[in-house]
Design a protein around this ligand. Structure first.
Ligand code: OXD
Ligand code: MN
Length: 595
């Protein structure tokens, strides 16, 4: 039976629930987290003694630690993630579903005694700013000190959350146990009606930091629909022109498709005077402001980013923010206790310890860092953080970008004709899968708004909600598709990407202000080569031309796949999107006939 340390709260709803969960999980100890610096040091001490964290060389990376996970537990497991609404229809065809009572019974069996011999950490946190009326309070009970330390970075954690909660019963009840980390007993389960999340059998961030994907996206999207706002899988950035004009963009890309890099973009030398600052790299909550514009806020307090591919060339701001107080998970270790990953600056060291703890030599066929290895750092570490990240009402956005990994078909940038067309393009968007989820990599799958794994209710209803939001926003942002990943016939990327994406951002911002031309294609507006500022671009003009190309035959096939996708989503797909599909099909047929 747990020895419960006196709860630092008079909130009876909270203390009763913690007692009830402790009776089921039977930890040896219950530890209430207050978020203080002393506590951080104590938890790190516990994690180091338990071998969960290894200190890096603090003369090279002060305050930074290394963690290696169970090799069976390195990514989100979508096939084991459930939304348990009272009816299957409410969860829809894109979520796994089980009746809530049946799922609770199954999970109670797995949680029963799961924390014996362990500590249950009570981790109170706030998603959003503590003084924002829109913030949500959650409490995660976890037997993982790694999870407690990561939430401490990713959210406002500790007493601040208990203060905000007061005596209220309105908090997300998160229960998490790594248990025996067996994939056959792994479940990540959302009960939206109960504001409850239970996750068992995994310590991986996306499965176990319940504040992030589970609360701030799946549960939040469910509440957002009822309350008239949007919870989206998007980065948020601020662009300041040489003339001092400040504009904000949000962008939805699937996991491991460059959100962190775009959010931290450093413009190329030809864009002297432009400045990009970051507000977030993964989640935004969008609300209609009093002035009729759409306002975006990042509810997180940190970055949980993909390490491989991050370098001074691709993301200098990220490299700077990783210099201190970071947790690295499943990267490789150098002999002098520093970190390394594929794509980092310079050649690979001669010898490393790989992410599984095995000796590794340069030239080895296997990567030294896991492709989904991660870093966790506070927002404040970012040298180019926008101060408006702390504005509780958020920032007004001029444009929303959506993008996936598409080797063919989708041009570098495509502006939608209007909101409904934008919702169609985003709602039928496809992307080639990455290592951020378990399963095959490089398979084309439809990923509406890059939010497929994170919409906590029926997808057709979600698309209807997007359409309705458009009607309600008096001054809506424009919607664009972008694709940095199109390849030429030689298989090489046509567009250099990274800092040079500034060229596409500038066109997007100029389009919002009606300052630049475009070419109308049957599926949207694209820039002509002459509409882009290509000074000093390290790419051949022919490659740029090819990256912008619209191809009737590719789009006919795309429309066919989009139709299949809408059919798969079923009867709740809004009629306006069906009609939009037919209109695009007709326009393509005309284009094909006319040539
Ligand atoms: C993430 C993800 O970790 O999308 O952000 O998987
Ligand atoms: Mn993500």
């Amino acid at each position: 039976m747990a020895t419960t340390v006196a709860a630092p709260t008079t909130n009876v709803h909270l203390s009763r629930w913690v007692d009830e969960m402790a009776r089921m999980c039977k930890p040896d100890r219950v530890c209430w987290c207050d978020g203080s610096e002393d506590e951080r040091d104590r938890l790190i001490g516990e994690a180091v003694s338990a071998g969960v964290l290894t200190p890096l060389d603090h003369s090279k990376r002060p305050g930074s630690y290394y963690s290696r996970s169970n090799p069976n537990d390195v990514a989100r497991t979508e096939e084991l993630t459930f939304v348990c609404t009272p009816t299957r229809e409410e969860a829809g065809p894109t979520n796994n579903w089980m009746a809530p009572a049946e799922m609770y019974a199954k999970l109670r069996g797995l949680f029963d005694g799961a924390m014996t011999g362990r500590t249950m950490y009570v981790v109170p946190y706030i998603m959003g700013l503590p003084d924002s009326p829109f913030a949500k309070v959650g409490i995660e009970l976890t037997d993982s000190v790694y999870v407690a330390l990561n939430i401490r970075i990713m959210a406002r954690m500790g007493s601040v959350a208990l203060q905000r909660l007061g005596a209220s019963d309105d908090f997300n009840r998160g229960l998490h146990s790594v248990a025996d980390c067996d994939p056959s007993r792994r479940f990540i389960v959302h009960f939206p009606q109960d504001n409850t999340i239970w996750s068992v059998g995994s310590g991986y961030g996306g499965n176990a930091l319940l504040n992030k994907k589970c609360l701030a996206l799946r549960m939040a999207s469910y509440y957002a629909r009822n309350e008239g706002w949007l919870a989206e899988h998007m980065l948020l950035l601020e662009a300041t022109s040489p003339e001092g004009e400040v504009r904000y963009l949000s962008a939805g890309f699937p996991s491991a498709c460059g959100k962190t890099n775009l959010a931290m973009l450093v413009p190329p030398p030809a864009f002297d005077g432009w400045r990009i600052r970051t507000l977030g790299d993964d989640i935004v909550w969008l609300r209609i402001g009093e002035d009729g514009r759409l306002y975006a806020a990042n509810p997180e307090n940190g970055f949980f980013g993909v390490a491989p591919g991050t370098s001074t060339a691709t993301n200098p701001n990220a490299m700077k923010m990783l210099e201190h107080d970071a947790i690295f998970t499943n990267v490789a270790l150098t002999p002098d206790m520093d970190v390394w990953w594929e794509g980092m600056d310079g050649p690979a060291p001669e010898r490393l310890t790989d992410w599984r703890g095995r000796p590794w030599q340069r030239g080895s066929a296997e990567p030294a860092a896991h492709p989904n290895s991660r870093f966790t750092v506070a927002l404040d570490n970012n040298p180019a953080l926008s101060p408006f990240v702390n504005d509780p009402k958020g920032v007004p956005i001029s444009a929303i970008l959506f993008g996936g990994r598409r080797s063919t078909t989708v041009p570098l940038v495509l502006e939608s004709f209007n909101w409904t067309h934008g919702v169609y393009l985003a709602g039928t968007m496809g992307s080639e899968t990455t290592a951020a989820k378990t399963g095959a990599v490089g398979v084309l799958r439809r990923d509406p708004m890059a939010n497929l794994p994170f919409v906590g209710y029926d997808m057709g209803t979600y698309l209807q909600h997007w359409l309705e939001m458009g009607r309600r926003i008096p001054r809506p942002p424009r919607i664009f598709l972008v694709n940095w990943f199109r390849r030429g016939e030689d298989g090489k990327f046509l567009w250099p990407g990274f800092g040079d994406n500034m060229r596409a951002l500038q066109w997007i911002l100029d389009r919002c202000d009606g300052r630049v031309g475009a070419r109308e294609t049957p599926v949207g507006w694209t820039p002509r080569v002459s509409d882009l500022d290509l000074r000093d671009l390290p790419a051949r003009p022919a490659a740029v031309e090819a990256s912008l190309r619209f191809d009737v035959d590719e789009w006919r096939e795309e429309l066919r796949l989009q139709q299949e996708w809408l059919d798969h989503l079923g009867p709740t797909v809004p009629r306006a999107l069906r009609l939009q599909h037919d209109l695009l099909e007709e326009s393509l047929e005309t284009a094909r006939r006319v040539g």
